[in-house]
Design a protein. Sequence first.
Length: 614
Amino acid sequence: MTWNNALSAALAIVCTATASAQLTVTTTQPAMNAGNVAANAEIVVDFDRAVTQAAIAADAVVFGKNTGTAAGAWTTEAAGTRARFTPASAFAAGEVVGLTLSENLMAMDGTFLRTEGFTAEFRVRTRPNTLQFTHIGTMNVRTTPSQGTRVYGGQATDLNGDGWLDLAIVNQDSSDVRVLMNQTDGTGAYDDFLQPTTGTGSTPSPNESADMNGDGVLDIVTANKVGDTVSVLLGNGDGTFQTRIDEAVGDLPRGLALLDMDGDGDTDVVTANANSSDMSLLFNDGTGNLSPQVTMQGGGSGEWGLAAGDMNEDGIMDLVVGARTSERVIVWLGNGDGTFTQSDLVNGTDGVWMIVLGDVNGDGHLDVSTGNGTSNSGAILLGDGSGNLSLHQMMPAPSFVVATDLGDLDGDGDLDWVLSSFSGSRWTLYENDGAGNFVFQQFWSANDNAADAVMLDFDNDMDLDLVLLDEIADEVVLMENTCPALNFCTPIANSTGVAAIASMTGSCAIAENDFQIHAGPVPDNFGLIFYGLFTTNGTPVGNGNLCLSNPVYRSDVALATGGLLTVPIDLDDPPVPAATILPGSTWDFQAVYRDVSAGGAEFNFSDGLAVTFL
């Protein structure tokens, strides 16, 4: 072979390799497993080569576990190597949001994403609060008062797309799902459950929400422990469901996880089966119909707890299994083709009943929380981002812990922990110190038996409330996350102003857009708010008196409706110095509004209000 021929052959090999290389995700924002993400955050994906807007829109799904499939727009930047998703509406407080890219995503050069697909999740921030919960109501889900349904768990989901979280309560003895629709008035109240109820397989236990058929409507999946089946309940978009789709699984399914196991972009199902000591893998055909089960060993005996998350941060979802009888937690890393490889196991977690994942120490890696039924405890196991775990903390709890739940209940940026004790009739809250160390904070007593604590924002004020489920009393206990109201203090006089600050809404906590100023009536259609820490007797400005002294900050311009000017105030946003934004600080507010009819400078100032934050 001549030198020229050899060079040509080598170039051909290189070009062929380049042309057949896979489209690759290089980075995502928010980062994988990130916490404290803004509710309206855009999702950005960087690739190693260009994609089209049409391709990313066709083969990418953004799904919130509370709000469902997100509506929004995909755009491309940087010559097509960056794709940006702008959600049409905000995600829910504390919600876990996932991005899924299917293997069918094609680049402009004709290459495809790897066959494993790509998945990344993040968690939405909650606003600060003081862990003061107010009981605002208890609802019973029995049809006949003397006939129990045995509430086992529930999903906080927006079942009708109105932006408010509804409750789908799963009941063992009545083998059904009973839906309570949010009244959407900001009070946290729910309507009585819809009738007729939706039937499941016999004796449903663990349950999850997903969009199983890709129609953008939230669905419910249950694992049914007596019937040894899973049931797929496809939602109609109004709080009702179609007739269930059942598929057989192993003996006594007690754990359930929903994830894309094979990279095709739809949601598959895995159960942990206690009596057969194995797991059942069921693959979705994209319409909600599941394949016959494929059985795999779970790595222990008495597989019970189960959760899905990306434990080694490779963009492929993994499984964490709690084997109750052999007292261990096992990590199974997804291979992206519907198979899994064992990564790690930790012994000493006695009687695991339930598993929930979350980053409890703020290092960006998923950790594991367990509720340990027979040892009357919960455990925290720290993940290292490569699929390995280490036992970090055991917390005692009253007898028979059947549920563990994680969420940022005080809005301080870390995940707090609730354990539900069935025989101990108690829900116990442990507060996180930010490093994944938990201390007892408070508890609530059940009338009969505590089954689960659902963390959700039921009144749309961006903090996490609690729905406490009492299994034997069949009660849904609504606990609103509240704190002392804003303390309205000294009015600031302004003799030339014709409008006044009428009211203020918000909470004692200080967070982004945490409260609103209402001023009026104003004579024109727009205005803004000046605010600061210091006042004067009044400095003539425009047609009125400015009663604030430097430094003075201003809000964005807002429009008045019906003569009432409503302005959201963001004290977390620069240039306000963060060191002064503290509980106990007093801020002074004045509305500035257009006043054309009065002539002169054509703008004026309202009276003011001094507000002390508790």
